[in-house]
Design a protein around this ligand. Sequence first.
Ligand code: AMP
Length: 453
Amino acid sequence: MKNFSDLGLAEQLLRATSEHGYTTPSPIQAQAIPAVLERRDILASAQTGTGKTAGFTLPMMHILTENAPNNRARSIRALVLAPTRELAAQVKASVDNYGKHLPLKSAVVFGGVKINPQIRQLRDGVDILVATPGRLLDLCSQKVCRLDQVEMLILDEADRMLDMGFINDIRKVIKMLPKKRQNLLFSATFSKEIRQMTRELLIDPITIEISPENTTAETVSQRAFRCDASAKPAIVTKLIKDGDWQQVLIFTRTKHGANRLSKRLDQAGIQSSAIHGNKTQGARTRALEGFKQGKIRVLVATDIAARGLDISQLPHVINFELPNIAEDYVHRIGRTGRAGIEGEAISLVANDERPYFTEIGKLIGQKIPLNDIEGFRPELWPSRAPTAKEVQKEAAARKAAARQARGSGSSRQPRSNKSGRKPNSTSNSSGRKQSSGGSNRRRNSRRRESGGR
Ligand code: AMP
């Protein structure tokens, strides 16, 4: 493999990577860096944990430095769009780290925090702006942010941005950019929508595919256990205690579910924090820091909140509930096994999650064996797995019965059933829901959770 010094990067960037302890470029870096330096558009399918952030920030900063305009006030010359606050903050941290020997100025803007400090930073002038789309548009509409000097546009985790309903925001942003610019698009998965977007955005791109579509990193060992839903908190407690696991990321499907589980773990003497969209940005940052520093043993997170978390050498990820969008499984378990380090992902599968488990297997092209945990053999596990439709129907009926029992009337549409799945939607073969109302609600809720505005 090449060395960093073979890639043609500025000496200041090489110094920073070496101070960071990087010796060889990761495969995505080895391919992306020369292509970006050649000023080509890039379409990169690289899952999280592959080193993709350095893959675009290093050459981006090289180009910005090399072509720095003389005698001109600073203007935004590189724009990185990211779906969530956490990912945006992380990209900004990478820019700070790798660019510490360069005179470039950068800023990050995202929703959920005060806008005025961001306005001040932008007024002072920045070369590189990392942003979530909603807050960026707010800032542009307040005329404190001009994008007419942007030379490079980077869409990070583009699949997630589309999934969260940011497509129109992205289009609005693109309209404000100069036509002549370099575009880099990074996506963990390659859906039809992503391919459409690449046709709209990229000109003669170099395609870089680090791992085949929708696959999981080889460094992650995947296990799955069948169990009753009610037994899951006890199973998680047992796994953590028996294995003496010290750093565990657990995914739940709902914010309330995350709170409930975190409380149960605390009661069992396992220190944990929940991280989701109902928490303030300050609480989210504190929880993440505590987790990274080993003060908190377990972080319980929803999909969106966990997006973009980069915790080096995270050894254990548990899917307390399976995601109903199969691609989310790939993102979730990408939190472990990062940068070549071994990790383990465990999924707890209740009877009504079997259709989702099947969809995940199809997506990743692997059949994960489904085992029992001693003492937790499920009571409910008929030989025939329920279909997705049956699961949704039953959940809707359960919800309706619960509503009736509470005497709250029936005119209101249930927001979600017990497992958080919308009962009025159906799954197609990729596990994506097809009810437009349901999917809009899902997108809105995801956007709220991401703090995009
Ligand atoms: P990313 O996929 O960009 O989120 O990066 C995942 C992790 O890999 C981060 O913790 C980086 O600091 C780390 N990393 C990135 N590039 C390298 C490299 N060339 N050598 C070792 N670690 C790296």
